[in-house]
Every structure is written in structure tokens, then in C-alpha cells.
Design a protein around this ligand. Structure first.
Ligand code: ADP
Ligand code: MG
Length: 329
């Protein structure tokens, strides 16, 4: 189980309206990512689902039961925070067992569940250490272990990897994806990082100022963003937006072309190379095209261009079209 339905969920802090009425369906077993810029209301929405904040209006159902005013402990959800929130004086074993001890589970059952979680998370040989004797990634795994033993209907993650360095973030994000594949439990994961959203989600919810801009599978959002916000947020490097006469040729107010959908060589656009970054696998090139502005191009690693060179470009993939309200045509 782990089906969560939000109906006209609204949240204000006094005069500050953070979440306007919002509807969302999260299905059992889904990996749902809330993504959006800092301050857009991701954490607030997650905390409303967890019951850590009261909702101002609307309704939350969990597994078909009205949970709108249920206290956090009765919702059957387990939250994992960026800050780990571990007890420094307790061993890993005691940290993981903590919710089971609170629930007064028999000792033998506590031990069985802790050992099982430790095995899943590769923490078995660390059970007698304290958090201070662990790396950041291991501490985050302990926090996840403490959530696993509760066997929740859903896991709620709030930017759990933000405190880790880049390489460890990649490893941990794969571990969490694998954990989802083995547990098959609903997971709601909050991040401002669109790469995490793209790589982990079954379903991405793009938030902007508390509103849902679009809900969809990662590649659906990549291929069919419904407005300029989603088009600019999903994908790295960012989609190029071009307006003026070039867009008018396509019957649009603005056109969008992804950097990876532009080829260098022949083509209708001529410009001068500004900064070019050669990563080996790819080259990121900025080209100043008169009347269009700076166009970012993602070219093959071995593309031979240099600063100041005049080159020609061709759009070689989908041209996204938007109207004057920024909505996809
Ligand atoms: P995110 O997690 O997407 O960065 P938050 O949900 O933390 O965003 O915050 C969304 C907005 O709500 C922000 O403008 C923030 O200042 C405001 N906010 C969050 N919590 C409170 C609070 N307790 N009181 C007043 N404003 C808050
Ligand atoms: Mg947040």
C-alpha cells in the first residue's frame, strides 16, 4: 500500500500563501520526485503529506483513508531528512532500532528488523559504531535504515543527498533507486536538482511558486514540456529560447531548441564562437548569433572549434514552439 491523494491542498503561513489549491495523485509503488527551484514549496508540500504541518484547506487521503488531520505517527509514512537527524550518542544499531523501541516491539523482532535493514544497506559491519565514526553517505544510510524498519506505506525524502559531495551523490542516488526496486514501496523524493529527478523518478512533479507546472514521466517532460518554465528547467545544459523573427518563421512567439539538438557545420544560423568547453565526451559551445543571442550547443567531444571562429549551426531535432503566454503550441 502507499497510495496518496491530495485534493485542493492549500497552505498559507499567515499572509504568505505558499501552496495554492493543489491536486495530485501518487500511486502505490511509484517513485515520485517533486522538483523545482529553492523556495517553491517542495518541503512544505512534503511536510503537509507527512503531517508535520497542518494544511490550511483541502484533503489528504492515504490508502483510501482520510488522513487530513491524522498525527504524523498514524500516517504510516517515514521521512528522511537532509540533516540525517541521528542520535550522536547512540550506536548505529540503536539509531536504526529507535522507532521500534518507541513502538515497544519485542526485542527479538527489533533485532531481526535492524539486521535485515543493515543487510539491505550494507551497514552490517558498522552496527556498533556511532554516527561520528561514519562517513556522510553511511550516516544517510543509517537514516534510511531507521525509515526501513518501520515498514512504512511510503518513504518521504527531503533533499537527502544535498550534504554529500558530487561523486557520493551519484552513488547514493543509485542506491536509493535500487532500494526502491527491491522494496517496491512508494517513495516521494524532493530535490532542486533536475538530474536527480530525471534519473530517479517514475513520475516528476515540477513545482513553481507552489503550483504544479507539469506532471509526467522524465522523458515525457523532456520531449513535451507544456510551457517555458518546464522547458527551461528540465534538461542540462538548458534549452535555448529564441524569439523575434526566427520564432515567427515557425509561427511561434518563442521557439526552444535543446543544445543537443543543434549540429555544427552547415545550416541556416551563422555566429561567432565565444566560450567553448571541451569535456572529452562532449563540447559545450556558446555561439553569438546576430538577431538570436547566445546559442548553447552540445557538440561531440572532438568538434574542432575555437574562440572567435565563425561557424554555421543547424537545428537537428525537435523545435519546441511557445505562444506569447509561454505555453507550448
Ligand atoms: P523549498 O523546499 O521548495 O525550497 P519551502 O517549502 O521550504 O521551499 O518554502 C516555500 C515557501 O514557504 C518559502 O517562501 C518559505 O519562505 C515559506 N515558508 C516555509 N516555511 C515557513 C514558515 N514556517 N513560516 C513562514 N513561511 C514559510
Ligand atoms: Mg526544501
Amino acid at each position: 500500500m502507499g497510495q496518496i491523494t491530495l485534493s485542493s491542498v492549500t497552505k498559507s503561513f499567515g499572509e504568505v500563501h505558499v501552496i495554492p489549491p493543489l491536486d495530485l495523485q501518487i500511486n502505490d509503488g511509484e517513485f515520485v520526485v517533486f522538483v523545482g527551484p529553492s523556495g517553491c514549496g517542495k518541503s512544505t508540500l512534503l511536510r503537509l503529506i507527512a503531517g508535520l504541518e497542518d494544511i490550511s484547506a483541502g484533503r489528504i487521503d492515504i490508502d483510501g483513508r482520510d488522513a487530513t488531520h491524522a498525527p504524523p505517527a498514524e500516517r504510516g509514512l517515514a521521512m528522511v531528512f537532509q540533516s540525517y537527524a541521528l542520535y550522536p550518542h547512540m550506536t548505529v544499531r540503536k539509531n536504526i532500532a529507535f522507532p521500534l523501541k518507541m513502538a515497544k516491539l519485542p526485542q527479538a523482532e527489533q533485532e531481526r528488523k535492524v539486521e535485515n535493514a543493515a543487510r539491505i544497506l550494507n551497514l552490517t559491519s558498522y552496527l556498533n559504531r556511532r554516527p561520528g565514526q561514519l562517513s556522510g553517505g553511511q550516516r544517510q544510510r543509517v537514516a534510511i535504515g531507521r525509515a526501513i524498519v518501520r515498514e512504512p506505506a511510503a518513504f518521504l525524502f527531503d533533499e537527502p543527498l544535498s550534504n554529500l559531495d558530487a561523486a557520493l551523490r551519484v552513488t547514493m542516488r543509485q542506491e536509493i533507486s535500487e532500494l526502491h526496486q527491491s522494496l517496491k514501496t512508494t517513495m516521494i523524493y524532493v530535490t532542486h536538482d533536475q538530474v536527480e529527478a530525471m534519473t530517479m523518478a517514475d513520475k516528476i512533479v515540477v513545482l513553481n511558486a507552489g503550483r504544479i507546472e507539469q506532471v509526467g514521466a522524465p522523458l515525457e517532460l523532456y520531449a513535451h514540456p507544456r510551457n517555458l518554465f518546464v522547458a527551461g528547467f528540465i534538461g542540462s545544459p538548458k534549452m535555448n529560447f529564441i524569439s523575434g523573427s526566427e520564432a515567427a518563421k515557425h509561427g511561434a512567439h518563442t521557439i526552444g531548441v535543446r543544445p543537443e539538438h543543434i549540429t555544427v557545420g552547415d545550416g541556416p544560423w551563422e555566429g561567432v564562437v565565444g566560450l567553448s568547453e571541451h569535456l572529452g565526451s562532449d563540447s559545450f559551445i556558446k555561439v553569438e548569433v546576430p538577431g538570436m543571442g547566445t546559442i548553447n550547443v552540445r557538440a561531440p567531444g572532438e568538434v574542432g572549434v575555437h574562440h572567435g571562429q565563425t561557424i554555421r549551426l543547424a537545428p537537428a531535432g525537435k523545435i519546441h514552439r511557445f505562444d506569447d503566454k509561454g505555453m507550448a503550441l
